[in-house]
Design a protein around this ligand. Sequence first.
Ligand code: FES
Length: 516
Amino acid sequence: MRVTGTGHASMRIDTAAGSILCDPWVNPAYFASWFPFPDNSLLDWETLGRVDYLYVSHLHRDHFDAKHLREFVSKDATVLLPEFPTSEMEDELRALGFTKFLRAPNEQVVELDGGLKIMIQALTSPTDGPIGDSSLWVEYDGVRLLNQNDARPTDLTVFAELGHVHAHLLQFSGAIWYPMVYELPQAAKTAFGKQKRERQFDRTWRYIDDLKADHVFPIAGPPCFLDDALWQFNDIHGDEGNIFPDQSVFLSEYAKVGGTNGIVLLPGSVAEVTTSGATTTHPQPVKEFFANKRAHLEEMRERKRGVIEAEKASWRHPEIDVLAGMKRRIEPLLDESIYLAKGVGGPVRFDLVGYDGESVESIVVDFPGKQVRPYADEKVRYRFRTERALIEHLLFIDEVDWVNSLFLSCRFSAARIGQYNEFVYAFFKCLSTERLQYAEGWYDEHERAVDAEDITLGDWVVQRRCPHLKADLTRFGIVEGDQLTCQLHGWKFDLPSGRCLTSVGHKIRAARTQTP
Ligand code: FES
């Protein structure tokens, strides 16, 4: 099996029974904030795009690049489609000209022509990607590969049970706006960033250890930030709180925990994977590439300046009345929302900075009051500050997912009182009836599900499944004193009170072992 690195989470898998192109991403994403790193725009995409199968793991724009899919991927390719709860991915691909679809039943092996086997695991909670993320398992001629990209299943048992895996490709770096955008003192930001960076690596080691594949390929990040306003997010400034470590940092951190089977793919690197080993060729020496990372980024920044400026010029729509537009889009959804609105539990304020860089219009999305209105000098749970032009653009293009656009752009700052509230972000990624209804139904089902099984961890009896996304705490739970940490996403719980210390709600059931 041949695996060609095509940048970020993207790869092309070639076997004698057919080829699969995964997650090709080339054009900037999220308001021109993210670019693939290392640069993959100079690859021979005409050739790479002539494939038998296309697999797009989910709709995040660093995986689903509509422009590139339209221009460079053969419309004869059969799309291997994860079993997602909504039809959005299929609809978007059809709109781009794809007509052949294979809907892979969740977690079931499908045999394609010529003995090529695939299995897709779809994750479908409202917090998984843009309502859905997935992983692809491939087997041909005894060689097995798992392209986990940035999916976060609770464990990898379903793949491990299919036999020893030879190539495991997974995420290790950050892909979020936390903590950089929060209005916090620099020292606090660094401390939170450092914790986050460590947690990302811990999670990666756990997945690697789950599967024990012959070879581990760090993929799906980090992106690079080429706009001057975001340049500081690149991990080239010696900031230990930077959440975007690159593949060379992965290798050195992996070595510290005894990992010796890591393989970095640059765009254009080719790994031939067999049951007995892997040989890899690179377009240039990997060490040398990362030693010159800053120069690579600076050169890319100059080359892409025009692209960023052109995008920026398209965001302003002065004819749009933002308050009226937000009312029209959001108020009907507030009316429909029970769980998400209750979960947010308070007003969320948007401070929108005008074209002059000074004037500010403050708008409140009032979840309890179910309305969008001007800010009335009240206390708010969350406050976001961004350019008014960005919201104008979201309204102009009728964007239903403000996480997959505004928030991932990192072109905002945020402040909050109290804990992280996942419902705020879940709501703003569900700005359509279809998505909102799905998310409401999901929370309803999970609130009702009585998770009766308990386990013993240290001196505590706790519910077996994590109140966040149901990770098995026999594997992911660590108790230190009176605190439990679920290592899947790092959420913490105070055991005597059951209170979740990371997010609003999500109480855990817990009692000391000696308590009858
Ligand atoms: S499942 Fe996310 S922290 Fe436990």
